[in-house]
Ligand binder design. Structure first.
Ligand code: ATP
Ligand code: ATP
Ligand code: MG
Ligand code: MG
Ligand code: MG
Ligand code: MG
Ligand code: MG
Length: 259
């Protein structure tokens, strides 16, 4: 105990490095499930899209927005979610590792806590984990392009996965056989395959599967009736939608998100 009073190892804190994110830029934290290819198999997710697994991801994202007020928007698909912090956020003094680790750990805890709610008859076999990274985008145009990139990715993957799993499930093809069959096919050919072989109109598949999910704060105006007068009360709440964010329409309809 005497030794503890004598030593002064405090100098080690100078080994910590600065990791502050550029000021006045939109911070995007993208998290992604680790080895969810395996996780989805072990937990028998429906292929190509398990709706409850996506609903669970969305519910966790809503909880993140409610917890961290500086997050103004989120976009999710498959096992990933992108969280957008407002441009002038001072959350954790904009330190990247703190921001990323808080979001990733909170999301992961939520995923475990909410599992039973979405899969009441499925046991969670092992603890899922997520990785995360932070990137700064300096203009709303570039941020919108980032989000468009994720939605394009969602579309391309969903189109491929739908064909792949139809060939495997409905046609009994092996996985590598199905993979070879689809190698080099264009988007148009994939849509034709779905129509001709499986009578599936790609554009009629669920919007959540084709376009992913958005979570954002929206003013919710409700009318309450007190005695004879009706009173308008507005409170903010996080809502989940599925729509096109590549075209400018959504952003024009919700100008306050990126103002
Ligand atoms: P990594 O650790 O590198 O991210 P990964 O196995 O998680 O590897 P991803 O590219 O992130 O690979 O892809 C996630 C995979 O998880 C998908 O390919 C799919 O197999 C599976 N998956 C995720 N969500 C769902 C879902 N809702 N329904 C069905 N499968 C899903
Ligand atoms: P921050 O979010 O900034 O880390 P904090 O509340 O977690 O805030 P810390 O400086 O990390 O503050 O201190 C952790 C606190 O948690 C302790 O001050 C103590 O009150 C409580 N705590 C943690 N572990 C224990 C424990 N094993 N027994 C009792 N209290 C504990
Ligand atoms: Mg990954
Ligand atoms: Mg993953
Ligand atoms: Mg992924
Ligand atoms: Mg701390
Ligand atoms: Mg602490």
């Amino acid at each position: 105990t005497e030794d503890v009073d004598k030593i002064n190892p405090e100098y080690v804190r100078f080994f910590q490095f600065e990791n502050k994110l550029m000021p006045s830029t939109w911070i995007v934290v993208r998290i992604d499930g680790c080895h969810f290819h395996r996780f989805s198999e072990v937990h028998e997710f429906e292929k190509p899209n398990d709706k409850q697994a996506l609903n669970l991801m969305n519910s966790c994202a809503v909880a993140v927005l409610e917890e961290i007020q500086d997050i103004i928007f989120a976009y999710g698909v498959s096992d990933e979610y992108s969280f957008v912090l407002k441009k002038d956020s001072q959350f954790y003094q904009r330190q990247a590792s703190e921001i990323v680790s808080i979001i990733v750990s909170f999301f992961s805890s939520m995923y475990v806590m909410k599992w039973k709610e979405f899969f009441p008859r499925k046991e969670l076999k092992y603890p899922p984990s997520f990785d995360g990274r932070a990137v700064c985008y300096p203009s709303s145009k570039i941020l919108q392009d980032y989000l468009a990139w994720r939605q394009v990715d969602c579309h391309i993957n969903n189109q491929y996965n739908t064909c792949f799993w139809m060939l495997v499930i409905k046609k009994g093809k092996g996985k590598s056989e199905a993979q070879n069959y689809l190698k080099g096919t264009q988007a148009q050919e994939k849509n034709e395959l779905l129509i001709k072989e499986f009578n599936i109109n790609y554009n009629e598949l669920e919007t959540m599967f084709r376009q992913g999910s958005l979570a954002f704060w929206e003013k919710d105006i409700t009318m309450t009736h007190e005695n004879t007068a009706s009173v308008e009360t507005s409170h903010r709440k996080v809502i989940v939608e599925h729509c096109d964010i590549i075209k400018p329409d959504f952003w024009e309809a919700h100008p306050s998100i990126l103002d």
